[in-house]
Design a protein around this ligand. Structure first.
Ligand code: DP6
Length: 393
């Protein structure tokens, strides 16, 4: 009577920006992403049959289902898969969902959210999730475009498709996470606030007003998409990094070309770009990318993470006089953990004053490539389900 699923977030190397059909979430170009490790950043969702009406809780707060048309669509699409004669067809459903990372801060929370929802619903209706992932990715896509890519692990393409009904616009795994297990990422969180222009409305304005976006979708992305797929398959790291940075730059150029312009990057974002360029001077080992927000994600291989973190904490140290947090505040999180006190003890006072940038980053998050969304079972399911149920009431 209930099913709990976990889903990772994903980070686009080739960006999805622009819809040719806004109600079906059909994109103007194909995109490609890396699925991040769900043990580090995840959404957990429980779907259960109920007796009252469809209801939704996000991070413990109830949200009116009818006020979110995308959620209504996802529920409707699942019910279509069940014959009307089946009593489950008309049963109300409760969904409770929890994110382990800031919602709507440009960290693809809607991607993890809708892929967890779709996975939990597939489990609730006892459908073959593993065998029908591409089909379910078309439902996740209708929740949030980027969500279709989080159903699969590793390196995932979202093929734009041509059909007007969206029947060929779906995700496809290019390589599993095990193909390139040394791929890691450092997320630089400069802000955990909701972004000022949502992806959904930003991309609509760009489609209407940016000539550059139209040119990009038609003349640039198709080649780039094939090039990066090849480079990933061949583990041609330098080529992957270069294309990733070019893509991020071009996406933000399209935002600037939008009328009125959209500014997702901040001074801190630009300083991070400089740090990466500086580190790449002796050969390209790092790639930055920014989604619809100021937070950078820097990709690199395992052996290069330590020097990167060292440079980042030196450039953007935690603020010594920050009264909002205590000494135990975790400034580096995830696979590497460092508290603010540990960093400040090591930092020469002189350098800190010279750079005068302390406090620009809230924290750094070290993670890597991982598996796609999955249904939880056994002890793992019990652990999360109990937590979500207690939050619902
Ligand atoms: C910049 O998937 O959040 O992160 O389909 O309207 O929900 P909707 O948009 P969304 O857009 C993501 C945009 C992006 C690039 C990407 O993930 O490919």
């Amino acid at each position: 009577m209930s099913c709990t699923a976990i889903a990772p977030t994903n980070l686009a190397l080739i960006k999805y920006w622009g819809k040719r059909d806004a109600s079906l979430n059909l994109p103007i170009n194909s995109s490609l992403s890396v699925t991040l490790d769900q043990r580090d950043l995840q959404t957990i969702t429980t779907a259960s049959f109920a007796d009252d009406k469809d209801r939704l809780w996000v991070n413990g707060e109830e949200v009116e289902v009818e006020s979110i048309p995308r959620t209504v669509t996802v529920l409707k699409e699942f019910r279509k898969l069940i014959p009307p004669s089946d009593p489950r067809h008309s049963r109300p459903i409760h969904l409770a969902s929890k994110n382990s990372f800031p919602t709507a801060a440009g960290l693809a929370s809607s991607a993890a959210g809708y892929s967890a929802m779709v996975t939990a619903l597939a489990g609730l209706f006892e459908l073959d999730f593993e065998g029908r992932k591409e089909e379910f990715s078309r439902i996740a896509r209708q929740g949030s475009g980027s969500a279709c890519r989080s159903l699969m692990g590793g390196f995932v393409a979202w093929n734009m498709g041509n059909a007007a009904d969206g029947s060929d616009s779906q995700a496809e795994q290019i390589c599993a996470a095990s193909h390139w297990p040394t791929l890691e990422a450092v997320i630089c969180v400069a802000s955990d606030k909701k972004k000022s222009v949502s992806s959904t409305s930003g991309m609509q304005t760009s489609v209407k007003t940016s000539q550059l976006l139209g040119h990009r979708a038609e003349a640039i992305v198709p080649t780039r998409f094939e090039q990066i797929k090849r480079a990933i398959k061949d583990l041609n790291t330098e080529c992957v990094w270069e294309l990733t940075m070019k893509e991020s730059n071009q996406f933000h150029a399209c935002c600037l070309d939008t009328c009125p312009p959209i500014f997702y990057l901040t001074d801190t974002s630009r300083r991070i770009i400089h740090v990466v360029n500086e580190l790449n001077q002796q050969g390209v080992k790092y790639a930055y990318t920014f989604d619809a927000g100021p937070n950078a994600v820097i990709f690199t291989e395992s052996q290069n993470v330590h020097p990167l973190l060292q440079r980042l904490v030196q450039m953007f140290p935690p603020c010594r006089n920050d009264l909002r947090v205590d000494a135990d505040y975790e400034f580096v999180r995830g696979r590497t953990r460092l508290t603010r006190a540990q960093i400040l003890d090591d930092l020469p006072k002189k350098q800190e004053q010279a750079e005068d940038l302390s406090g620009d980053l809230l924290y750094l998050f070290h993670t890597g490539v991982g598996q796609g969304a999955r249904i939880l079972t056994g002890a793992e399911e019990d652990k999360y389900r109990n937590e979500l149920f207690s939050q619902k009431n």
